[in-house]
Write a protein that binds this ligand. Structure first.
Ligand code: CIR
Length: 252
């Protein structure tokens, strides 16, 4: 049961963040509305949401997931791979430090929370443009004493591992065709996103509800069969900045 989430509202300079999607500039007012709806839905599924104000020095600051990896036992403060995002961890470290024991990824390690998928006691760590082998090694070492087993996976496409695979129920992963054959995931039931709907892979399964990005009807039809209530959320403006539903919160 997730009791609390930390989010940060997108600021007026949200469009100055990093993106690979040239030519699609986010509408700030719409992003702010979509963010409000996201926070409201988290509250509706029983979560207390700590909404931080925009941090104008960090246009990507609303993607708070990248700043930490949280387990019930420990919060590991990340060291984001993009130098423009490193400072985002400062305030998150002090908030999490009040709530949970903390540890840190240290230089030369880099790690973005979006590259880390924890399901049961398995920690899947994506090696991407943001997370390097040293960051992955440090995270694995920090979590091992609590019984977590880490596996690294080369991120074949998209920004982060969780752009292409997320957990959608206790034993099911929603993933891209490419990743579905990866041996690291063989103990899970694997559902491939419908053709042309790979952006639907970033879902958020939380408190027995499944939050899915709006606009991917075929994948949604499949997810409806899983049994958890499915809630579609329009995250179009975050997608323009390479973000999705998991990116917008830290959950604990
Ligand atoms: C970035 O490039 O860092 C941001 N524009 C998007 C981060 C998305 N975060 C995530 O998938 N966890």
């Amino acid at each position: 049961m997730i009791r609390m989430a930390i989010t940060r509202r997108p600021g007026a300079n949200f469009a100055d963040g990093i993106t690979t999607r040239t030519g699609s500039i986010p509408d700030i007012a719409l992003a702010q509305r979509q963010h409000e709806i996201y926070c409201r839905i988290l509250r509706e599924v029983g979560i207390e949401v700590l909404e931080l104000p925009p941090a104008l020095e960090f246009p990507d600051g609303c993607f708070v997931e990248d700043t930490a990896v949280i387990t019930p036992e420990l919060a590991v403060i990340s060291r984001p791979g993009a130098t423009s995002r490193r400072g985002e961890t400062r305030e998150i470290r002090s908030i999490l430090g009040e709530i949970r024991p903390t540890a840190e990824i240290r230089s030369p390690g880099t790690l973005d929370g979006g590259d880390v998928l924890i399901a049961h006691r398995e920690v899947f760590i994506g090696l991407s443009g943001r997370t390097n082998t040293e960051g992955a090694r440090q995270l694995a070492e920090l979590l091992a004493p609590m019984g977590y087993r880490a596996k690294t996976i080369s991120v074949p496409e998209g920004l982060h591992l969780k752009s292409s695979v997320t957990q959608v129920d206790e034993n099911t992963l929603l993933l891209t065709d490419n990743l579905s054959r990866h041996p690291a995931f063989r103990d899970f039931r694997r559902w491939v996103a419908a053709p042309g709907e790979t952006c639907a892979c970033n879902c958020l399964w939380i408190n027995d509800h499944l939050l899915v990005p709006d606009g991917f009807p075929e994948t949604r039809r499949r997810l409806d069969r899983l049994g958890s209530p499915v809630i579609a959320i329009d995250s179009s403006e975050f997608r323009k900045m390479d973000g999705g539903l998991t990116c917008l919160s830290l959950r604990l």
